[in-house]
Write a protein that binds this ligand. Sequence first.
Ligand code: GDP
Ligand code: MG
Length: 193
Amino acid sequence: RGSCASDSSDSVISTSSEAESQVYKVVLLGEHGVGKSSLARVFGGLEDAGHDCDEAGNTYDRCIMVDEEEASIVLYDIWEQDNSQWLKEQCMTMGDAYIIVYSVTDKSSFEKASELRIQLRRARQSENIPIILVGNKSDLVRSREVSVDEGSACAVVFDCKFIETSASLHHNVQDLFEGIVRQIRLRKDSKEE
Ligand code: GDP
Ligand code: MG
């Protein structure tokens, strides 16, 4: 598996060919302000993850080692790039896996996450796509509106994984992406059998 030779974390739209089928496309979904871009910047290895830059959309290309095996991920932070229906539909169909983010300090973003899960199920009916529900901003203890229990109960109902993260403290962000890779591998293996 040599596709990960250079560890460039440049945020360039990947135009990789179909031949590189080992590249996993992971799409970030979630309401505005929950921390999608912050998580993406931590993933991309950019130091100023806390710094606010409201670019329309970005794509991050990275290789990570998971269980002693390299995995190539392209992370798409494009959900809010524009408001076109076309883009939303594109997002719903292009991913090999999804990260649905809400903020633990914002109940309405949590409700929105459920809606997104339902939309995703509708768009990809028969497929069993890996999804991780992410409660971000776990560092903001005093303004918490969604408990860990509510988050994990929601994930059970929606049949997906769950993790709380803090993009600001880089807490659990690594685990999140390793978890995604493990889930993709699991589903792939069970398909091949
Ligand atoms: P997006 O709209 O989902 O892309 O959200 P952003 O990544 O732009 O983040 C929105 C705001 O929340 C910014 O001011 C971030 O600095 C802040 N933010 C993001 N993640 C965290 C976090 O884990 N903890 C705290 N305290 N703030 C965060
Ligand atoms: Mg953003």
